[in-house]
Design a protein around this ligand. Structure first.
Ligand code: SAM
Length: 352
């Protein structure tokens, strides 16, 4: 059995592709030995493409107001305990000004699906950011919108869009989301984003309620075939005001193992060591980088709102100002042999 698993790993390293059954076998057959082997190869591939550079993104959590009710999420519309906030475009510009001085060259505007952020307001904001910081990339992570809306945001200058697919299995997707959200629409949005020309990111939570190895295998196959430029995966973490409050959090080891597998599927992918990974383990982000991740997204939101972007319990939020965070991050990455760089950090297009 274990010889066979190493053969499957070698096939992944060579072909960047496996069958659904083989992905499932790798997940079910997880062992320290197999994981170390896959990790070493993922790191080698990552270093061939991105050397020891770590790209940083300034994450600006622009609003925790959301019309959706994703069952797992602390800022879902039905959570009346959530203290809502919304940053104004001026406040967001202020975060960018601070971030630019600290060496950030990508700003990620993330938030709930907040109707205040119409195309007009967003386009104006994106144009402004690009005018003041022409050497910076703008990434959006604002959920599902129409194709026309995505097109307008792209035309206004946005470069990248993160929209986790959440689950490539329709039944699992439907267990995690209410009836008024649709698997088909999520997939359609991702297809539209890619066709429009965004550097597009998908992703999912590791250890989400009801998730099995079969489901994860489907996620990996989807990632293989969709060929995203970015992929955000992090452990599911329960939130006290959701129906999944009593569920267990996903594992950091499995998350790191999957980061390595994803790096081997797409050697050039932009792969963040996520905040959720840093929340379940103090050294989670370091472990993510040491498993093949190449992106970290420190929080640039004003300290006063950070605790309110409360997706899951105990989300790390140091209260440290941007400069302090950036210095800490540089030190932590240096300690493991990696270097935080001041760069847009675009995906390197793969030579087929
Ligand atoms: N509204 C946008 C969207 O739907 O893509 C962006 C914001 S949404 C809160 C960002 C991501 O947070 C989701 O894609 C989800 O995977 C993650 N998330 C939400 N609740 C979580 C939880 N309890 N544990 C871990 N990740 C969670």
């Amino acid at each position: 059995m274990s010889d066979n698993l190493f053969t499957i790993a070698d096939k992944l390293i060579k072909n960047h592709s496996l069958t659904l059954q083989e992905y499932e076998d790798l997940i079910l057959g997880y062992s320290k030995g197999l994981s170390d082997y896959i990790k070493a190869n993922a790191v080698k591939v990552r270093k061939d493409v991105y050397s020891n550079k770590v790209f940083v993104r300034g994450l600006i959590e622009i609003s925790n107001i959301c019309k959706n009710n994703c069952f797992y999420c602390g800022i879902r519309a039905g959570n009346y305990y959530c203290q809502r906030y919304r940053l104004t475009p001026k406040e967001i510009m202020g975060c960018c000004v601070e971030g630019y001085e600290l060496g950030f060259r990508t700003f990620v505007l993330q938030g709930g699906e907040d109707g205040f952020y119409t195309d007009e307001i967003l386009c104006h904001l994106i144009e402004n950011i690009k005018k003041v910081f022409p050497d910076c990339a703008v990434t959006l992570s604002l959920g599902e919108r129409s194709r026309e809306s995505y097109q307008r945001l792209y035309d206004a200058g946005a470069d990248r869009y993160l929209l986790r697919h959440e689950a490539a299995d329709k039944e699992l997707y439907e267990k995690l989301h209410p009836y008024d959200m649709s698997f088909e629409n999520r997939m359609e949005c991702l297809k539209n984003l890619k066709e429009i020309g965004f550097q597009t990111g998908c992703g999912f939570m590791v250890g989400a309620p009801y998730q099995t190895a079969k489901h994860i295998a489907k996620d990996l196959k989807f990632i293989e075939e969709f060929k995203p430029d970015m992929c955000g995966i992090g452990p599911f973490i329960p939130h006290r005001d959701t129906i999944y409050a009593k569920e267990n959090a996903g594992s950091a080891d499995l998350t790191c193992y999957l980061l390595s597998i994803i790096r081997l599927i797409h050697p050039n992918i932009l792969l963040p060591a996520t905040t959720a990974l840093g929340t379940v383990k103090d050294d989670g982000r370091e472990r993510g980088i040491l498993s093949g991740a190449n992106v970290v997204m420190p929080n640039l939101s004003p300290v006063s709102v950070r605790k309110k972007y409360d997706l899951y319990d105990n989300k790390i939020s140091t209260g440290a100002e941007g400069a302090e965070q950036r210095a800490q991050l540089e030190k932590r990455m240096k300690n493991i042999g990696y270097e935080v760089v001041t760069a847009r950090g675009d995906v390197i297009t793969r030579k087929e």
